[in-house]
Design a binder for this molecule. Structure first.
Ligand code: UDP
Ligand code: MG
Length: 320
C-alpha cells in the first residue's frame, strides 16, 4: 500500500467521438479502480469529459455515463467546436475548480497507453509537477504527419523552444501546475510549449501508441498547420529577428551590386548589362518580401486575437 493518496482527475477532450467514448470511459474507470485499490489515488477521483461542440451523440452518451456511474463522471459541453487545445485548457481549469491533486489528459480514442497513468502517478508522488508522455514511435501516424511533426519539433528547437520530439498532450499536471496555468490568459496558449517552459520539475514517461480503434482522426492538414503556426508565434519571436537579419544581408548585398554597376558605368565605361540578373533578383526579392510580410502577418493575427480578449470558450452545459 502506498502512503500518499491523491485525488486524480482524468480529462478527455471529445469531438465527434460517439464510437469510442463509452468504451474509453469504461476502460479508464477500470484503470482508476486498480490504482484506487493499490491505495495511490482516492476513491473520489473522477473523469472529466469536454465535449468540444460535437455534432453527433457524444454528449448524450456522456449523460448516460453520468447516470450510470454517478459523479465519477463529470464534464462540460462547449457551445461550438473550439479545437483540442481549448478543450484541454477548459478541462484543466474546470478540474482545478472542482478540486483535484493532479490531472491527467488523454485522448478519447485511447491511442495512448492508459496503463502508463499509474506510472504518471508514481512520478507525481516522487515529486514531479509535470509528467509528460513521450511516444515511443510514430508508427501509427501517416507518412505526412510523421515527417511534418518531426520538422515542426526540429524547427521549434532551432527557434529556441526546446520541446522534446514525440511529445504529446498525454500528461499529468499537479495542482501547482494548474494554479500557474490559471494565471495565463493567453488566447493562443500552446500547452506543449507552455508546460515545458514553466520550469517545473518534469518527469518523462515513454508509452506505446496504439492505432485508433474506431472513427477517424479529427485533425486535417489545415488544423495541423494552424496548431503549428500558433505554437511558433506563441513561443518565439526568432522568425521576426530572422526577417530583420535578412534585411541587413540584403542591404549589404545591394551595396555590392551598386558598386559593381557604378564601376561598369564610370570606370569601365561599358553599359551595365544583366537583364536576366535583374529579373531574377526582382522575382526573388518580391517573393521574399511577401513571405516576410506573411510571417509578420502571423504575429499580427496573434496580437489581434489577444487584444480582443474574447472568452477562450463558452460552456453550454456542465456536469459537476
Ligand atoms: N479533439 C477535440 N477537438 C477538435 C479535434 C480533436 O477535442 O477539434 C479531440 C479528439 O476527440 C481526441 C483528441 O482531441 O480526443 C485527439 O484527436 P485525434 O485522435 O483525432 O488526433 P490524432 O490522434 O489523429 O492526432
Ligand atoms: Mg487519436
Amino acid at each position: 500500500m502506498s502512503e500518499q493518496k491523491s485525488r486524480l482527475a482524468i480529462i478527455i477532450p471529445c469531438f465527434n467521438e460517439e464510437l469510442v467514448v463509452k468504451s474509453t470511459v469504461e476502460t479508464l474507470l477500470h484503470v482508476m479502480d486498480t490504482i484506487i485499490f493499490k491505495g495511490k489515488i482516492t476513491p473520489d477521483s473522477y473523469i472529466y469529459l469536454v465535449d468540444d461542440g460535437s455534432k453527433d451523440t457524444t454528449w448524450s452518451i456522456i449523460e448516460e455515463l453520468r447516470e450510470k456511474y454517478g459523479d465519477r463522471i463529470k464534464g462540460t459541453k462547449f457551445i461550438r467546436n473550439y479545437g483540442n487545445q481549448k478543450a484541454l485548457i477548459a478541462g484543466l481549469s474546470s478540474v482545478r475548480e472542482i478540486g483535484c491533486d493532479c490531472a491527467v489528459s488523454i485522448d478519447a480514442d485511447l491511442q495512448q497507453d492508459e496503463n502508463a497513468i499509474e506510472t504518471f502517478i508514481d512520478e507525481f508522488h516522487n515529486g514531479a509537477d509535470i509528467v509528460s508522455g513521450i511516444r515511443n514511435d510514430r508508427k501509427t501516424d501517416s507518412f505526412f504527419k510523421k515527417y511534418t511533426a518531426l520538422c515542426f519539433y526540429k524547427l521549434m528547437n532551432i527557434l529556441g523552444v526546446k520541446i522534446p520530439p514525440n511529445h504529446s498532450d498525454f500528461r499529468l499536471v499537479s495542482k501547482r501546475g494548474l494554479d500557474i496555468l490559471e494565471k495565463y490568459n493567453e488566447e493562443g496558449l500552446f500547452l506543449r510549449g507552455f508546460f515545458h517552459e514553466l520550469g517545473l520539475k518534469t518527469a518523462y514517461v515513454h508509452f506505446n501508441v496504439k492505432p485508433r480503434a474506431l472513427g477517424c482522426s479529427k485533425y486535417n492538414f489545415f488544423s495541423l498547420t494552424s496548431l503549428a503556426l500558433n505554437g511558433i508565434t506563441a513561443f518565439s519571436i526568432v522568425p521576426l529577428r530572422i526577417i530583420a537579419a535578412c534585411g541587413v544581408i540584403t542591404m549589404l548585398g545591394s551595396f555590392l551590386l551598386a558598386l559593381e554597376v557604378l564601376l561598369e558605368k564610370y570606370i569601365l565605361h561599358t553599359t551595365p548589362s544583366g537583364w536576366a540578373t535583374l529579373v531574377i533578383l526582382l522575382a526573388f526579392f518580391g517573393g521574399l518580401q511577401i513571405f516576410c510580410l506573411g510571417i509578420i502577418g502571423e504575429y499580427l493575427g496573434q496580437i489581434f486575437n489577444e487584444v480582443k480578449a474574447r472568452p477562450r470558450y463558452i460552456k453550454d452545459i456542465e456536469l459537476k
